[in-house]
Design a protein around this ligand. Structure first.
Ligand SMILES: Nc1ncnc2c1ncn2[C@@H]1O[C@H](COP(=O)(O)OP(=O)(O)OP(=O)(O)O)[C@@H](O)[C@H]1O
Length: 497
C-alpha cells in the first residue's frame, strides 16, 4: 500500500500480513504512517493506485476501499475517541438503531437482554443497563470493543483494529483491558493493535510490524525481541534509550516557584504543595482525583473558593490566565486537540501562539523570523512535517503534541505545568522531551507534572504527591519514589473508593 499527500509519502509500498487469531502490534515513530494505514483500511483515505488489501476471502484495491467494503470484509475499529454516547445506556450504545421494537416503542427488556448476551459472550463484565457516563475508562473501552464485535458470530469478524486503546487509561486499568483482549484472541479473534507503549507490545502481542517514516521495516514474532531492539527498530538508531536522571538540583531554601496553600475549589479540598526552583514535582492519582483541576486552577482556568496560589512568592489573582502567564507560568494541557491546537493554522503559528509580540517590530510582523524559529523548533523536537507552515491538522497526533510543548518552552517559563506531556509521543521523542523538561528544571524553573505513565513519574519526578478525591494523601521524595510505592498507594486509594 502506498499513500501520498501533497509533498509527502505517508506510506511507501508497505506490505505485511497478520496471521489469523493473533495479537499483532503496529508500531512506529510519530508520523510513521500508522493512522494513515488505519484510515485506508477504514475507507476514510484512498490509497494511491496499486496496492491490495485482503481480509480472508475478501480482496480489493487499496485505492478502492470504502467504509461499506471494510465493514463487510469484517474489519472493526476502536479509536482513541471511543465514540460512545455518554448520556445513554450501554444497551443503547451497543444496539443503536437496531434496538428491538414492540409495536411503536422500544422493547427495553428484550433490548437489555440482547445487549447483555453480547457482553457476556465477549466476556465484558459490565451490566447492559448501566449508563456509559458511570463506566470506568477500561469498561468504556470494552463496551466500544463489544459494539464493534457484536455481530461477530454472524459475520465472522476478521480484524479488530485498536488505535492506542490504553493511551488514556489510568495504568491501574491497563492490565484489565489487556487481559480481556488476550481472552478474545484466545477465542480466535485477530487484533491489530497500535501503541507507543513498548512494554504492552512486548508482553501481550504475538507479532509486530514496525513502520519508520512510512516504510515497512519488519514484521516478526515478538518472541526473542527485547525493548532495546524494538526501540532501535522504531527509531533507527540508539536514540530513545532513557538515561536515569541525576539527583535533583532543587534549591529548597529558595522561595518556592509555586506555593499552593489550602486551595479549595471544584474537586480540590485544602491542597498544600510547593515547587522549588529546579524541582520536578509530580501528581499521581486516578481519574477524578483532581490532578488536572489542580493544574487548571493554578493556571487560572478556574477560580478557587479559598486558599492561595503564589508564584515566586506573589499571590496570583484568582481565575486569571493572563496573570498566571505574566507571572511566568506555562501550561501544556492533556487534550491538545480540544484545548491547545489551532487546527486550521500553520505549525509555525501554533508554535509562536504564546509569544507573538516577539515578532512585532516597528508595527510590522516579522514573518521570516517566525518561520526561522519554527524551523529550529522542528529540528529540536524532531517534528515530522513537510514544511514549517503545514496546517496543524495535517500533522500526526504525536507531532502536534510536540508542537504544543515547544510553544510553551519557548517562553522560558518559571513554572511549567504539564498534563500528560508525552501522551501519544513515540519512544525516541519521549527521551528527547524528558531531556527538555529536565533542562527547564536545570535552568531553575519549577515543573508540576501530571502523568498516568508510571515510568515517566519514576524517571522525572523529584517528589510525587498522590491525590485522592481532590487532596494529596501521600508524598514521597527522591529514592523513596519506587514503582511499588506508587502502585501500592494508588491501589490503596482505589480500595478506599
Ligand atoms: N490529511 C493529511 N494531509 C497531509 N499530510 C498528512 C495528512 N494526514 C497525515 N499526514 C502526514 O502523513 C504522515 C503520517 O501521519 P500519521 O498520522 O499516519 O502518523 P502516525 O504514525 O499515526 O503518527 P502518531 O504516532 O504521531 O499518531 C505525517 O507526516 C503526517 O503529517
Amino acid at each position: 500500500m502506498t499513500k501520498s499527500f501533497p509533498g509527502m509519502r505517508a506510506l511507501d509500498d508497505v506490505t505485511f500480513s497478520v496471521t489469523p487469531g493473533r495479537f499483532h502490534s503496529l508500531v512506529g515513530g510519530n508520523g510513521s504512517g500508522k493512522s494513515t494505514l488505519i484510515k485506508v483500511l477504514a475507507g476514510v483515505y484512498r490509497a494511491d493506485p496499486g496496492g491490495t488489501i485482503t481480509v480472508g476471502p475478501h480482496a480489493r484495491g487499496a485505492d478502492d476501499i470504502t467504509p461499506a467494503w471494510s465493514h463487510q470484509a469484517g474489519i472493526r475499529f476502536v479509536h482513541q475517541d471511543l465514540g460512545l454516547f455518554r448520556a445513554l445506556s450501554v444497551t443503547e450504545n451497543l444496539l443503536g438503531p437496531e434496538l428491538p421494537r414492540a409495536y411503536r416503542s422500544i422493547d427495553w427488556r428484550a433490548a437489555h437482554e440482547q445487549a447483555q448476551d453480547v457482553l457476556d459472550r465477549l466476556g465484558v463484565p459490565v451490566a447492559a443497563r448501566r449508563s456509559v457516563a458511570g463506566l470506568r475508562p477500561a469498561e468504556a473501552t470494552l463496551v466500544a470493543i463489544a459494539r464493534g464485535l457484536r455481530d461477530a458470530d454472524t459475520t465472522g469478524v476478521g480484524l479488530l483494529v485498536l488505535d492506542e486503546p490504553t493511551a488514556r487509561l489510568p495504568h491501574t486499568e491497563v492490565d484489565e483491558l489487556l487481559e480481556r483482549l488476550g481472552t478474545l484472541v484466545a477465542g480466535g479473534q485477530t487484533i491489530l493493535y497500535v501503541s507507543h507503549r513498548l512494554d504492552e507490545v512486548l508482553d501481550h502481542s504475538h507479532s509486530v510490524t514496525v513502520l519508520r517514516d512510512g516504510v515497512h521495516r519488519t514484521t516478526r514474532p515478538v518472541e526473542g525481541l527485547d525493548r532495546r531492539e524494538l526501540t532501535r527498530l522504531i527509531v533507527g538508531e540508539e536514540r530513545g534509550i532513557l538515561h536515569k536522571r541525576g539527583p535533583a538540583q532543587a534549591d529548597r531554601s529558595a522561595t518556592p516557584v509555586l506555593r499552593v496553600e489550602g486551595l479549595t475549589g471544584g474537586p480540590l479540598h485544602g491542597v498544600d504543595l510547593d515547587v522549588h526552583p529546579g524541582e520536578i514535582v509530580a501528581v499521581a492519582g486516578l481519574v477524578g482525583s483532581g490532578r488536572t483541576s489542580l493544574l487548571e486552577t493554578v493556571f487560572g482556568v478556574h477560580g478557587h473558593v479559598s486558599g492561595r496560589v503564589l508564584l515566586g512568592g506573589r499571590p496570583l489573582r484568582r481565575g486569571s490566565i493572563g496573570a498566571a502567564i505574566r507571572g511566568g507560568a506555562a501550561y501544556v494541557p492533556e487534550d491538545r486537540a480540544l484545548h491547545s491546537s489551532f487546527h486550521g493554522l500553520g505549525l509555525e503559528m501554533n508554535l509562536s501562539a504564546a509569544g507573538l509580540h516577539r515578532y512585532m517590530k516597528k508595527g510590522f510582523f516579522r514573518r521570516r523570523d517566525e518561520l526561522g524559529d519554527a524551523t529550529a523548533d522542528i529540528t529540536r523536537f524532531s517534528i515530522r512535517t513537510v514544511a514549517p507552515d503545514t496546517v496543524m491538522v495535517n500533522l500526526s497526533g504525536g507531532n502536534q503534541q510536540k508542537a504544543v510543548l515547544a510553544r510553551w518552552l519557548r517562553r522560558n517559563p518559571r513554572l511549567l505545568l504539564l498534563d500528560e506531556p508525552t501522551q501519544g509521543v513515540d519512544v525516541g521523542s519521549r527521551a528527547e522531551i524528558y531531556e527538555q523538561i529536565t533542562e527547564v528544571a536545570r535552568g531553575g524553573a519549577g515543573v508540576l507534572l501530571v502523568s498516568s505513565d508510571l515510568d515517566e513519574l519514576l524517571h522525572l519526578a523529584d517528589r510525587v504527591h498522590v491525590f485522592e478525591r481532590g487532596s494529596p494523601v501521600a508524598c514521597a521524595t527522591g529514592s523513596a519514589i519506587t514503582r511499588e510505592w506508587v502502585v501500592n498507594t494508588l491501589f490503596h486509594s482505589t480500595e478506599d473508593q
